[in-house]
Ligand binder design. Structure first.
Ligand code: B12
Ligand code: SF4
Length: 426
């Protein structure tokens, strides 16, 4: 565990699961990133969630609770990716695969009637109409940072859709949520934002503008709320400049864009051809013209990457004045084609999932050694977040870019301690 005093944003998962829980149950939520576990709690059921890298820790936690006679359950994307490991651990009374919206209540009913099964799977993804509002009131709000301009409530993650029609080989989203988009009714999204009350929202959608007509409807509906929001966009969004402008007018404070690689062969090798069409300059210019600060998500260590291509990529980001970069090391998640491919080629070095955090090497890359990959990755982070470049960015930032640019000082501090900018935040 990499713990922090305060996290950037809470997860939506458990506050949402609490909202799905029938009223006769009392729920408590504990986020181990920022709090300590009380193993002597009087709770009857311990329900755990996490990404793949949290699974070894979840197994240890469940072991402790089993010793104390509790009923242990686990679900979520990590549990989906590590199904075999979880089953083998033998410390969970119940393993839930897939979306739990329509399953959770019946699981609790089965438990009440002494008929709890060891394994539940969602076979039919739920429609996203009438979802309850997540119970963020159950979290310790003091443990999450607040926006610079609104010190009242932390940033709140809100979901407006699930699924992704693309199938990038390294990504779990279309494997877990399916490749058909499902949307929450826009009026229900607006209602939840109002209900949660925060003036800063992070949309958890993987592609907030994948459907331009629906995105337009959403942006128009949230514009009067006068919130600031963060969202994930795919590169194809630049084909709709008027939509990007509307996103900006509706409060988009930063766009997290899956650029992944500037090398065509890399994009082809991971089935992300849709990114090939656009040059990095074109992408950055389109977001700048819409006045939306762009955070480029990059993946290093794909087949055609070498220390030189990684160095070159980061220079391209600097030359083109991208607002921020978040680089990751190519990591194969079980359940994805990348994992199967690398496994078949014998290129997976180890399966200690606690290091599957996307900033440790877990594979032998094709065109360099693992050591070279790790060095080039840290070199890229240090270069982009170097003192002189941060200062230059701060001095040249527009007013709306300054809050995000100030985080670069924090990133600088973390990178010097060999921590990824997001470490301790997810
Ligand atoms: C928001 C988000 C983040 C945020 C915030 C994280 C947070 N605090 O939650 C940030 C930006 C920080 C982040 C970071 C990372 N993320 Co992220 N993130 C997401 C995202 C987009 C949304 C998560 C979410 O809130 N979903 C909504 C909730 C309600 O859905 P849910 O958790 O799946 O829960 C449902 C079911 O799974 C189930 N369920 C879940 N848990 C449980 C438990 C029980 C007991 C039960 C019954 C049911 C149940 O019930 C829910 C309702 O159906 C997902 C993709 C996605 N669409 O889900 C990726 C995702 C989770 N992230 C992923 C990854 C890889 C990362 C990173 C490692 C790096 C990266 N390359 O993106 C970093 C981690 C950094 C670090 N320090 O290690 C992967 C995880 C894959 C994996 N290997 O586990 C995902 C799936 C994206 C992907 N492309 O594959 N992430
Ligand atoms: S990386 Fe993004 S575009 Fe590709 S499948 Fe995952 S969510 Fe979809």
């Amino acid at each position: 565990m990499i713990k922090s005093r305060k996290s950037f944003i809470s997860s939506r998962t458990l506050p949402y699961l609490a909202a799905l829980t029938p009223k006769q149950y009392e729920c408590q939520i504990l986020d181990e990133l920022v709090e300590e576990i009380n193993f002597d709690t009087n709770a009857d059921i311990i329900a755990l969630t996490g990404m793949l890298r949290h699974i070894p820790r979840a197994i240890d936690i469940a072991k402790e609770f089993k010793k104390r006679g509790k009923t242990t359950m686990i679900g979520g994307v990590g549990a989906f990716a590590a199904k075999e490991l979880i089953a083998k651990s033998g410390v969970f009374d119940c393993q839930i695969i897939g979306e739990a919206d329509e399953l959770w209540e019946s699981i609790l009913n089965d438990l009440e009637q002494g008929k709890l099964k060891n394994y539940y799977e969602c076979l039919q993804p739920p429609q996203l109409k009438g979802l309850p509002h997540a119970r963020f009131d159950l979290l310790n709000g003091k443990k999450y940072i607040k926006a610079f301009w609104d010190r009242t409530l932390p940033i709140i993650p809100i979901e407006t859709s699930r699924g992704c029609p693309n199938a990038c080989n390294f990504c779990l989203v279309s494997r877990f949520f399916g490749n058909k988009m499902r949307y929450r009714p826009v009026e229900e999204v607006v209602e939840e934002i109002k209900y949660q009350g925060s003036k800063f929202v992070m949309f958890t959608d993987d592609n907030i503008a994948i459907n331009p007509a629906r995105a337009r409807e959403l942006f128009l509906a949230i514009k009067p709320l006068k919130i600031q929001w963060l969202g994930q966009f795919e590169t194809r969004a630049i084909e709709h400049p008027e939509l990007l402008r509307l996103a900006s007018e509706s409060g988009c404070a930063s766009a997290f864009v899956g650029i992944e690689s500037l090398i065509e062969g890399n994009l082809r090798s991971v089935n992300k051809e849709h990114n090939i069409k656009y040059g990095i300059k074109e992408i950055i210019t389109a977001f700048k013209q819409a006045d939306i600060p762009l955070i480029a998500s990059l993946i290093f260590g794909m087949d055609q990457d070498t220390p030189e291509t990684i160095g070159w990529t980061i220079e391209q980001m600097i030359i083109n004045n991208v607002n921020a970069v978040i680089p990751w090391i190519f990591t194969p998640t079980p359940g994805t084609p990348s994992y199967d491919e690398l496994k078949n080629e014998g290129r997976i070095i180890h399966e200690n999932y606690s290091l599957y955090d996307c900033w440790h090497t877990t594979i032998t890359p094709k065109s360099m050694s693992s050591h070279q990959l790790e060095n080039a990755f840290w070199g890229a982070l240090k270069r982009f977040y170097s003192g002189p470049l941060i200062l230059e960015r701060l001095l040249t930032s527009k007013i709306n870019e300054i809050p995000a640019t100030l985080y670069h000082v924090y990133f600088y501090w973390k990178i010097r301690r060999k921590l990824h900018p997001f470490a301790g935040n997810a």
